[in-house]
Design a protein around this ligand. Structure first.
Ligand SMILES: [Zn+2]
Length: 68
């Protein structure tokens, strides 16, 4: 299975459908993108990642504390 976002071959099955064998969810070990076997992900070029760029990506900002 090739990651549709970064083209890594380092992907794995994350979860399978609880009943029957309807679908599987795959996750990329390189960029952590996940997708379901029933999808045909069409990643626009602007969202494509190059594996060599991933270590340089900024950390996702934490969610600020919610007012109570
Ligand atoms: Zn990936």
């Amino acid at each position: 299975m090739t990651c549709p976002r970064c083209n890594s071959e380092d992907t794995r099955v994350m979860v399978k459908s609880p009943v029957g064998d309807e679908w599987e969810v795959y996750v990329c070990n390189t960029c952590y993108y996940s997708w379901r076997s029933t999808e045909t992900p069409d990643i626009h070029d602007v969202f494509k990642l190059k594996p060599e760029d991933i270590p340089n990506l900024q950390v996702i900002p934490p969610v600020p504390p919610l007012d109570k």
